[in-house]
Design a binder for this molecule. Structure first.
Ligand SMILES: C[S@@+](CC[C@H](N)C(=O)[O-])C[C@H]1O[C@@H](n2cnc3c(N)ncnc32)[C@H](O)[C@@H]1O
Length: 220
Protein backbone atom coordinates (compact mmCIF):
# COMPACT_ATOMS: atom_id res chain seq x y z
CA UNK A 1 0.00 0.00 0.00
CA UNK A 2 1.52 3.41 -0.89
CA UNK A 3 1.78 5.72 2.08
CA UNK A 4 -0.44 8.79 2.34
CA UNK A 5 2.66 10.96 1.99
CA UNK A 6 3.62 9.22 -1.25
CA UNK A 7 0.09 9.69 -2.60
CA UNK A 8 0.03 13.40 -1.73
CA UNK A 9 3.45 13.96 -3.34
CA UNK A 10 2.30 12.18 -6.50
CA UNK A 11 -0.89 14.27 -6.72
CA UNK A 12 1.10 17.47 -6.16
CA UNK A 13 3.64 16.51 -8.86
CA UNK A 14 0.98 15.74 -11.47
CA UNK A 15 -0.97 18.88 -10.63
CA UNK A 16 2.11 20.92 -11.62
CA UNK A 17 2.53 19.21 -15.00
CA UNK A 18 -0.06 21.16 -17.03
CA UNK A 19 1.46 24.45 -15.89
CA UNK A 20 4.95 23.28 -16.87
CA UNK A 21 3.78 21.97 -20.24
CA UNK A 22 1.99 25.26 -21.05
CA UNK A 23 4.05 27.12 -23.69
CA UNK A 24 4.76 30.74 -22.77
CA UNK A 25 2.22 32.85 -24.61
CA UNK A 26 4.05 34.85 -27.30
CA UNK A 27 3.13 38.50 -27.80
CA UNK A 28 0.52 38.63 -30.49
CA UNK A 29 2.47 39.47 -33.70
CA UNK A 30 -0.65 41.20 -34.97
CA UNK A 31 -0.47 44.02 -32.45
CA UNK A 32 1.60 47.18 -32.59
CA UNK A 33 4.84 47.23 -30.61
CA UNK A 34 5.34 49.46 -27.57
CA UNK A 35 6.80 52.90 -28.22
CA UNK A 36 10.06 53.82 -26.54
CA UNK A 37 10.34 57.44 -27.72
CA UNK A 38 8.19 60.29 -28.97
CA UNK A 39 9.38 59.64 -32.52
CA UNK A 40 8.23 56.03 -32.33
CA UNK A 41 4.93 57.11 -30.78
CA UNK A 42 4.30 59.49 -33.69
CA UNK A 43 5.03 56.89 -36.36
CA UNK A 44 2.98 54.21 -34.61
CA UNK A 45 0.07 56.64 -34.30
CA UNK A 46 0.10 57.28 -38.07
CA UNK A 47 0.35 53.54 -38.78
CA UNK A 48 -2.72 52.96 -36.62
CA UNK A 49 -4.67 55.92 -38.06
CA UNK A 50 -3.94 54.80 -41.62
CA UNK A 51 -5.16 51.30 -40.81
CA UNK A 52 -8.30 52.50 -39.02
CA UNK A 53 -9.12 54.94 -41.83
CA UNK A 54 -8.61 52.23 -44.47
CA UNK A 55 -5.90 54.34 -46.13
CA UNK A 56 -3.99 51.23 -47.15
CA UNK A 57 -3.66 49.44 -50.45
CA UNK A 58 -2.36 45.85 -50.36
CA UNK A 59 -0.19 46.82 -47.43
CA UNK A 60 1.85 44.43 -45.33
CA UNK A 61 0.22 42.98 -42.21
CA UNK A 62 1.54 44.08 -38.83
CA UNK A 63 3.60 40.89 -38.38
CA UNK A 64 5.57 41.71 -41.55
CA UNK A 65 5.82 45.40 -40.66
CA UNK A 66 7.39 44.48 -37.35
CA UNK A 67 9.78 42.07 -39.07
CA UNK A 68 10.78 44.74 -41.63
CA UNK A 69 11.56 47.12 -38.80
CA UNK A 70 13.44 44.53 -36.75
CA UNK A 71 15.66 43.41 -39.64
CA UNK A 72 16.37 46.96 -40.81
CA UNK A 73 17.38 48.01 -37.33
CA UNK A 74 19.44 44.85 -36.79
CA UNK A 75 21.67 45.47 -39.82
CA UNK A 76 21.98 49.16 -38.81
CA UNK A 77 20.71 50.16 -42.25
CA UNK A 78 21.78 53.52 -43.63
CA UNK A 79 20.31 53.10 -47.09
CA UNK A 80 17.02 51.27 -47.65
CA UNK A 81 15.28 50.85 -51.00
CA UNK A 82 11.60 49.94 -51.20
CA UNK A 83 9.92 48.97 -54.47
CA UNK A 84 6.16 49.47 -54.14
CA UNK A 85 5.34 52.33 -51.74
CA UNK A 86 1.55 52.17 -51.96
CA UNK A 87 0.28 54.58 -49.26
CA UNK A 88 3.49 54.44 -47.25
CA UNK A 89 2.46 51.85 -44.67
CA UNK A 90 5.48 49.54 -44.98
CA UNK A 91 7.64 52.63 -45.48
CA UNK A 92 6.57 53.85 -42.06
CA UNK A 93 7.61 50.53 -40.52
CA UNK A 94 11.01 50.88 -42.18
CA UNK A 95 11.22 54.45 -40.84
CA UNK A 96 10.73 53.16 -37.29
CA UNK A 97 14.12 51.49 -37.73
CA UNK A 98 15.70 54.37 -39.66
CA UNK A 99 14.83 56.76 -36.81
CA UNK A 100 17.37 54.94 -34.70
CA UNK A 101 19.94 54.00 -37.37
CA UNK A 102 20.02 57.50 -38.89
CA UNK A 103 19.38 56.00 -42.34
CA UNK A 104 17.35 57.02 -45.40
CA UNK A 105 14.60 55.39 -47.43
CA UNK A 106 14.18 55.61 -51.19
CA UNK A 107 10.80 54.27 -52.24
CA UNK A 108 9.20 53.78 -55.69
CA UNK A 109 5.54 54.06 -56.72
CA UNK A 110 3.78 54.64 -60.04
CA UNK A 111 0.25 55.36 -58.81
CA UNK A 112 -0.08 59.13 -58.27
CA UNK A 113 -2.91 59.00 -55.77
CA UNK A 114 -1.23 56.41 -53.57
CA UNK A 115 2.05 58.32 -53.79
CA UNK A 116 0.27 61.50 -52.61
CA UNK A 117 -1.26 59.64 -49.65
CA UNK A 118 2.14 58.18 -48.80
CA UNK A 119 3.69 61.67 -48.78
CA UNK A 120 0.95 62.80 -46.38
CA UNK A 121 1.61 59.86 -44.08
CA UNK A 122 5.35 60.53 -44.08
CA UNK A 123 4.70 64.22 -43.23
CA UNK A 124 2.27 63.36 -40.43
CA UNK A 125 4.71 60.86 -38.94
CA UNK A 126 7.56 63.41 -39.04
CA UNK A 127 9.75 61.23 -41.26
CA UNK A 128 9.43 63.09 -44.60
CA UNK A 129 13.03 64.34 -44.39
CA UNK A 130 14.35 60.79 -44.37
CA UNK A 131 12.25 59.59 -47.32
CA UNK A 132 12.69 60.10 -51.06
CA UNK A 133 9.62 58.96 -52.99
CA UNK A 134 10.28 58.46 -56.70
CA UNK A 135 7.17 58.36 -58.89
CA UNK A 136 7.04 56.40 -62.13
CA UNK A 137 7.95 52.91 -63.30
CA UNK A 138 10.30 51.36 -60.76
CA UNK A 139 11.77 49.00 -63.37
CA UNK A 140 13.30 52.10 -65.00
CA UNK A 141 13.78 54.34 -61.97
CA UNK A 142 15.52 51.80 -59.77
CA UNK A 143 18.50 52.06 -62.13
CA UNK A 144 19.14 55.49 -60.59
CA UNK A 145 19.97 54.03 -57.17
CA UNK A 146 23.62 54.10 -56.18
CA UNK A 147 25.03 51.55 -53.74
CA UNK A 148 25.84 50.46 -51.18
CA UNK A 149 22.33 49.47 -50.19
CA UNK A 150 21.78 47.81 -46.81
CA UNK A 151 18.18 46.63 -47.25
CA UNK A 152 15.92 46.23 -50.28
CA UNK A 153 12.21 45.52 -49.84
CA UNK A 154 10.45 44.29 -52.99
CA UNK A 155 6.64 44.59 -52.91
CA UNK A 156 5.43 45.81 -56.33
CA UNK A 157 4.28 43.92 -59.47
CA UNK A 158 4.81 40.24 -58.65
CA UNK A 159 6.03 39.23 -62.12
CA UNK A 160 8.68 41.94 -61.83
CA UNK A 161 10.48 40.62 -58.74
CA UNK A 162 13.22 38.81 -60.69
CA UNK A 163 13.93 41.93 -62.75
CA UNK A 164 14.11 44.05 -59.57
CA UNK A 165 16.40 41.49 -57.96
CA UNK A 166 18.77 41.50 -60.94
CA UNK A 167 18.91 45.29 -60.90
CA UNK A 168 19.43 45.81 -57.15
CA UNK A 169 21.50 42.79 -56.12
CA UNK A 170 24.81 44.25 -57.39
CA UNK A 171 24.14 47.35 -55.23
CA UNK A 172 23.47 45.43 -52.01
CA UNK A 173 26.48 45.36 -49.72
CA UNK A 174 27.82 42.01 -48.47
CA UNK A 175 25.78 41.20 -45.37
CA UNK A 176 22.88 43.29 -46.69
CA UNK A 177 19.32 42.03 -46.96
CA UNK A 178 16.88 41.52 -49.82
CA UNK A 179 13.32 41.20 -48.51
CA UNK A 180 10.40 40.23 -50.72
CA UNK A 181 6.70 40.15 -49.91
CA UNK A 182 3.99 37.60 -50.84
CA UNK A 183 6.36 34.70 -51.35
CA UNK A 184 3.42 32.29 -51.22
CA UNK A 185 1.95 33.67 -54.46
CA UNK A 186 2.60 31.40 -57.45
CA UNK A 187 4.39 33.99 -59.57
CA UNK A 188 6.71 34.98 -56.71
CA UNK A 189 7.29 31.41 -55.49
CA UNK A 190 8.02 29.98 -58.95
CA UNK A 191 10.14 32.87 -60.14
CA UNK A 192 11.81 34.96 -57.45
CA UNK A 193 11.92 32.41 -54.61
CA UNK A 194 13.34 29.68 -56.87
CA UNK A 195 16.00 32.08 -58.08
CA UNK A 196 17.22 33.25 -54.67
CA UNK A 197 17.12 29.70 -53.27
CA UNK A 198 19.30 28.45 -56.14
CA UNK A 199 21.97 31.14 -55.72
CA UNK A 200 24.87 29.94 -53.53
CA UNK A 201 25.93 33.53 -52.81
CA UNK A 202 22.61 34.06 -51.01
CA UNK A 203 20.93 32.50 -47.98
CA UNK A 204 17.14 32.68 -47.83
CA UNK A 205 14.46 31.81 -45.31
CA UNK A 206 10.73 32.48 -45.55
CA UNK A 207 8.90 34.08 -42.63
CA UNK A 208 5.26 33.03 -42.69
CA UNK A 209 3.59 34.79 -39.74
CA UNK A 210 2.29 37.49 -42.09
CA UNK A 211 1.84 37.49 -45.85
CA UNK A 212 4.98 35.48 -46.63
CA UNK A 213 8.23 37.41 -46.38
CA UNK A 214 11.39 36.20 -48.11
CA UNK A 215 14.45 37.13 -46.06
CA UNK A 216 17.68 36.85 -48.02
CA UNK A 217 21.16 37.78 -46.91
CA UNK A 218 23.89 38.48 -49.44
CA UNK A 219 26.74 36.39 -48.04
CA UNK A 220 29.99 38.17 -47.11
C1 LIG B 1 1.48 45.54 -52.70
S1 LIG B 1 1.46 47.24 -52.99
C2 LIG B 1 2.72 47.82 -51.91
C3 LIG B 1 2.34 47.83 -50.48
C4 LIG B 1 3.32 48.56 -49.60
N1 LIG B 1 4.64 47.98 -49.68
C5 LIG B 1 2.84 48.50 -48.16
O1 LIG B 1 3.02 47.47 -47.52
O2 LIG B 1 2.24 49.48 -47.72
C6 LIG B 1 2.23 47.37 -54.56
C7 LIG B 1 2.42 48.78 -55.06
O3 LIG B 1 3.38 48.73 -56.11
C8 LIG B 1 3.00 49.64 -57.10
N2 LIG B 1 3.63 49.21 -58.36
C9 LIG B 1 3.33 48.12 -59.11
N3 LIG B 1 4.12 48.06 -60.19
C10 LIG B 1 4.94 49.13 -60.13
C11 LIG B 1 5.98 49.62 -60.97
N4 LIG B 1 6.35 48.98 -62.08
N5 LIG B 1 6.60 50.75 -60.61
C12 LIG B 1 6.26 51.41 -59.48
N6 LIG B 1 5.28 51.00 -58.64
C13 LIG B 1 4.63 49.87 -58.97
C14 LIG B 1 1.48 49.58 -57.11
O4 LIG B 1 0.95 50.75 -57.67
C15 LIG B 1 1.15 49.39 -55.63
O5 LIG B 1 0.84 50.59 -54.99
Amino acid sequence: MPSLRFLLCTIFFFSLLPACAQPRAPRDPGTLPLANSDAEKRILAVLEEARQAGKLYLSVPIADGRMLRLLTETVNAKQVVEIGTSTGYSGLWLCLALESTGGKLTTFEFDKERAATARKHFEQAGVASMVTLIEGDAHENVKRVKGPVDVVFIDADKEGYVDYLEKVLPLVRPGGLILAHNTQLGSVRDGYVKKVMADPSLETVIYNDGGGLGITVKKR
